[in-house]
Design a protein around this ligand. Structure first.
Ligand code: IPD
Ligand code: CA
Ligand code: CA
Length: 278
């Protein structure tokens, strides 16, 4: 059993939370896929440029929150659909569930299959548990700090690629950042013989990095609910991820870079560009 001990604070049962995160991700995903099959009935709202949402996102987040509150009423909760009401006081909480009920909403609402439920847990400021469930493939990607990463019961290993030409890199982009903060990176990637994919779900692509399907992932700004579960998965699969939670990444988001150990320095150099190299 994994218990996080502190000399002054109560211990935290990580195993129980890990098991619950996996269970909830599956149950919430089963409900989400029912709504996906009836998506014509969903009214689409626009939160911003290329940023959509529907009642499905809110209902699924409500399901996750209810399970967490019932089992661990003292744990804090940060969900994408209720994040607007969250204050800096959250930063003082020891256990925070960080949840994207549907990551890949644009795919979900437009009948494409790249979406998932993403549940991460931060303990004492450190990524501790990740569960990403893809109800369309039936795959549950899950990891807990110090226990390895798995898809269902199969252990995961990040890709051993040493160069970007050795495989496909996942990328993400949103209009939260300017195109010029991203496009030069793509130019450098392609000139080095690399290739990219943006499937519409950052959480799922991070899980694919853990699984070695993608050689890495880069997005110039991503929110914590999109990537916390993926961060745990990639690290537990032996990969490397930047310090996403520095400078208030939990509430404001940050760039994310993730890759197998050998490729990670190559990726950071590509992201930084020639000015930083010189
Ligand atoms: C988005 C997806 C997308 C990523 C964006 C996210 P949403 O989340 O993960 O792949 O590029 O940064 O906002 O809106 O589908 O939950
Ligand atoms: Ca998301
Ligand atoms: Ca979402």
């Amino acid at each position: 059993m994994t218990v996080i001990e502190s000399p002054t604070l109560a211990s935290i049962d990580l195993d129980a939370r890990y098991a619950l995160a996996c269970k909830i991700a599956k149950e919430a995903g089963e409900r989400a896929v029912q709504m996906f099959r009836n998506r014509a009935a969903l009214e689409v709202e626009h939160k911003g440029l290329q940023d959509v949402v529907s009642i499905a996102d809110r209902e699924v987040e409500g399901i996750v929150r209810k399970y967490v509150n019932e089992a661990f009423p003292d744990d804090a909760f940060l969900g994408e659909e209720s994040a607007g009401g969250v204050s800096d006081a959250l930063l003082g909480e020891r256990v925070i569930w960080v949840v994207d009920p549907i990551d890949g909403t644009s795919c979900f609402l437009n009948g494409m299959y790249a979406w998932c439920v993403s549940i991460g847990i931060l303990v004492d400021g450190e990524p501790a548990v990740g569960a990403v469930f893809d109800p369309n493939s039936g795959e549950l990607f899950h990891a807990a700090r110090g226990h390895g990463a798995f898809v269902d019961a199969v252990p995961l290993n990040a890709n051993p690629a040493r160069a970007v030409r050795d495989g496909v890199l996942g990328v993400g982009f949103s209009h939260r950042v300017k195109p010029e903060a991203f496009v030069p990176f793509l130019d450098r990637l392609l000139r080095d013989g690399g290739m990219f994919i943006r499937n519409g779900s950052g959480a799922l692509m991070m899980a694919y990095v853990a699984a070695g399907r993608l050689i890495g992932y880069y997005e110039p700004h991503i929110n914590s609910w999109d990537c916390l579960a993926g961060i745990v998965l990639v690290r537990e699969a032996g990969g490397t991820v930047n310090d996403f939670f520095a400078n208030d990444g939990l509430l404001r988001g940050n760039p994310i870079m993730a890759a197998g150990q050998a490729l990670y320095p190559v990726l950071t150099t590509l992201v930084d560009g020639p000015a930083a190299q010189g």
